[in-house]
Structures are given as C-alpha cells and as structure tokens.
Design a protein around this ligand. Structure first.
Ligand SMILES: [Fe+2]
Ligand SMILES: [Fe+2]
Length: 282
C-alpha cells in the first residue's frame, strides 16, 4: 500500500488547525517505510504533521525535489525532528548536487534570493547526511527519484523570472536542472509525486515512461509550475497530457487557480486538488 499525505501546500480547506504556506511537502508511506518529500518553506509541515498524526521522526530519509526555498526552507527543522525523534546520528537527505546553488527570482530589477536558506555546514551540524545524485536514483525497491530530466518538448520553456548565477558568474534564467520527481512503481501503475515540475510536466512524464518502460500512471500529483509560464506552454501541456494514460491527476502549489480550473475542466472526475491534508492511496 502506498499513501501520500500533503503536509504543506498553499491552501487549506476544511482541516481545522491546519496551516497553509507557499510551499510543498508530502509524507509518502510505502511498504519499505516512510519518506518526507520536500519540507515547505518554514514550519507549516511540522504543525500539520502533528495535527494529522504523521510520525515524522520515523521517516527513513528526506527527499528534496529541488533547491528552491519553498521546498527546502523547512529542511533544518525536518533534519532536527528526524534526528532527535528517532535518536539517530545522521539523517539521509537525497537531493541533486545543485542543492546549494545561488538562485533568485527577478521582477524588474528586484532580486529575491530563493535558494536553500540554511548553508550546508549548518544542516550537517544538525545531522544531515547529504546523498547528492544528478541521475535517476533508486532510493528503495520500487521507489526512485528521477534526477535531471531531459528537455525534449518544444513548448516547455519554464519560468523566465527565475534566475541563477551561471559558471561564468552571470545572472541568467535558471534552467533548474536539479528539478526532480518521486516515482513509485505499484501493481496499479506508476504513482508520481512532482515537486515543482520546473523540468516541464510533459518532459517529466516522458522520461519516467522511458526509464521505467511502463506507461500506466495511476496517480500524478504535485506542483506543475504551470501558473507562471506562457499560455503556449499551458496549452501545449494540456494537449500533450491527453496522450498519457493517467488515472488521477492532482495539482497544487505553483499550478495556480487559473490553470487548476482548466485542468479540472479537462480531466473531470480524474482531477483533484492537492491542498493541505489531501490523502491519496493506492
Ligand atoms: Fe521551485
Ligand atoms: Fe515550488
């Protein structure tokens, strides 16, 4: 049995006592143990885990989708909770080698730092044992992280407001090569938990299909980053999604209400919205 519980998202409906914040965090239970995927931007995931009775300290590891602060801001708290709660010396944190890159959102001339808010020594002092891999990585039997996703479509250009300092020291649009997704193989089909889909939702699903040799997606859930991208990308993504065999599609976070409404219209009964407290089971 696989169960995913949304611990941090931008919205809360009907869960008294739950907190929302711009961010994303999911508790993923598998037969081999539980994993914390992303940590939101501050402490909402801690509050919500307590409220939902999620035993955070039991997590086998922390998985990080990409370096942005709305996914990594809670990392220090998460590491402390897992280390102290389970009385262990080290907490495995799986992420891409670009985890500590310098990146910024740029609106006009205004730059805002959006990388991990704590540095590596601070997180390691708290107990993090970083396992940084750029490629497809099997975390446990049947549970993988995609690593870097090849960009193959001609319409997924991503968010042009997000910048980073490149190798030559210049501030340029960030391709966010570190963006990765969790893939769980189940007898009912693939269970996919997206981070922010900066790699492009269609690029991601195409790569997962190639890597696994499987084409049935039982569930695709998470951030799609279709809110801040061009209409061309939104239209292209929605058209291409219909070519995939997707049982349920649950969007959240950086999808934004306008695109979420379009997807709800397109996918009808197969659509759901992943606000805080959403539980999906296979
Ligand atoms: Fe992001
Ligand atoms: Fe995000």
């Amino acid at each position: 049995m696989i169960r995913a519980t949304v611990l941090c998202e931008n919205s809360v409906y009907g869960n008294t006592g739950a907190l929302a914040e711009h961010g994303w965090s999911v508790w993923i239970e598998t037969e081999q143990g539980a994993y914390l995927f992303d940590t939101g931007q501050s402490t909402a995931f801690l509050n919500n885990a307590r409220l939902f009775g999620v035993p955070l300290a039991d997590a086998r590891a922390i998985l990080i989708s990409h370096h942005h602060a709305d996914h990594t801001g809670g990392l220090l708290n998460a590491i402390q909770t897992l280390r102290v709660g389970a009385e262990r010396n080290a907490v495995p944190v799986h992420a891409h080698p670009h985890l500590f890159k310098q990146s910024f959102s740029k609106r006009g001339e205004d730059l805002a730092y959006i990388g991990v808010p704590h540095n590596r020594p601070a997180l390691e002092t708290a107990g993090a044992s970083f396992q940084l891999e750029a490629g497809w990585t099997e975390i446990a039997p049947g549970l993988a992280m995609t690593g870097e996703v090849p960009r193959v479509t001609d319409f997924e250009f991503g968010d042009q407001d997000l910048h980073h300092i490149d190798e030559s020291g210049k501030l340029v649009v960030d391709p966010i090569r570190d963006d990765q997704t969790v893939v769980i193989d189940t007898p009912e089909g693939l269970f996919v938990v997206l981070g922010c889909s900066h790699a492009g939702l269609i690029n991601i699903l195409t790569y997962i299909r190639e890597q696994t040799g499987k084409s049935r997606f039982h569930t695709v859930m998470g951030g799609t980053h279709l809110g801040p991208v061009s209409d061309e990308q939104v239209d292209g993504t929605i058209a291409a999604l219909h070519e995939f065999d997707i049982g349920r599609i649950g969007v959240s976070h950086c999808t934004g209400p306008r695109v979420a409404a379009r997807l709800a219209h397109e996918f009808g009964e197969r659509f759901f919205f992943c606000s805080v407290g959403t539980v999906v089971e296979v």
